[in-house]
Design a protein around this ligand. Structure first.
Ligand code: SF4
Length: 304
């Protein structure tokens, strides 16, 4: 199996070259209901991991072929922080990455470990998952190894944020009937405001999941994300309807943007044509402005 995949375009991070640190088997310490890989018992190590030399050589070759790559993404058929030589690998990738950004996609299970925090702090972008704010929901949805506690993960994220100057993104994946309750999101909002990530990506199931679970609608994601006020939230979903908001006045749009910055995509999905025209007018009047977080542009109310 190949260690390198892509490049694939990622709307949130740019053109991404993927590194799979567990190319032979799924190796994860979670067994999430929504996983896109096959169901598998959680494990605490990657069996037969590729050597650092092999990974670096393949990345070097790929970078010579694909000159437009913007981000090198460390991932696994499972959890990449289980890779035993992660520290050495990140040092080597930092030497050869040129102007590309180095990103890891992790389930955050080891973020409370000081050594893992030190290693991840060498990356340009760290994306961690946090689907639930309560242990009950976490156990039901992410089905981790028994030794993993949500409280430790949350504390680890707070500590990591304090020492990490790079781009910290937290991803929340919503599954119908499990973590799609307002109360769960209200608690998540409290926790996330303490962690202070640069961005929160809220999404739902997009591809066939490991178990029999269902996505929620774009509108539901939007309603839930209102509990995450004060945070730059993006909604990542293909399950959208249209025209959640119709005939909004300028004041209503400004009020909405003051509470929750929206992406251009949100506006295209949620606003009817007339309300979208109002947004363009507000932009011309400089009552709203654009800010960029990673590869994502938000529209928010101007402070003046
Ligand atoms: S953490 Fe990721 S790889 Fe592991 S089970 Fe969950 S979705 Fe799958």
């Amino acid at each position: 199996m190949s260690i390198i995949f892509g490049p694939v375009p990622s709307r949130r991070f740019g053109l991404s070259l993927g590194i799979d640190l567990s190319p032979e088997h799924k190796a994860c310490n979670f067994d999430c209901l929504y996983c896109e890989l096959e169901p598998a018992k959680p494990v605490d190590h990657i069996p037969n991991p590729p050597s650092v030399e092999k990974v670096v050589k393949e990345v070097e070759e790929a970078l010579q072929r694909f000159l437009d790559v913007e981000v090198i993404t460390i991932t696994a058929n499972g959890e990449p922080t289980l890779y035993p030589h992660l520290d050495e690998l990140i040092d080597e990738l930092n030497k050869i990455k040129q102007d590309k950004k180095l990103l890891i996609l992790s389930n955050a299970s080891r973020i409370h470990e000081p050594q893992i925090q030190k290693v991840l702090a060498k990356l340009d972008i760290v994306k961690l998952s946090l689907d639930c704010a309560t242990q009950r929901c976490f156990k039901r949805l992410d089905r981790p190894l028994k030794s993993i506690s949500l409280e430790q993960i949350i504390q680890g994220m707070e500590q990591f944020r304090r020492v990490y100057p790079g781009l910290l993104v937290i991803e929340v994946l919503v599954v119908k009937g499990i973590n799609d309750k307002r109360e769960e999101f209200a608690r998540l909002g409290q926790v996330l405001r303490r962690i202070k990530p640069d961005r929160v990506d809220v999404g739902t199931i997009d591809r066939p999941p490991a178990y029999n679970v269902e996505p929620v609608s774009y509108e539901r994601l939007f309603e839930l994300s209102r509990e995450l006020h004060g945070l730059p939230v993006t909604i990542v979903s293909r399950h959208f309807g249209q025209n959640y908001f119709t005939n909004l006045s300028k004041e209503e749009i400004l009020d909405l943007l003051a509470h929750r910055p929206l992406t251009q995509e949100d506006i295209a999905y949620l606003f009817d044509k007339q309300s979208q025209a109002m947004v363009r007018e507000l932009e011309r009047e400089m009552k709203i402005k654009k800010i960029k977080v990673g590869n994502v542009e938000f529209i928010e109310k101007s402070s003046a």
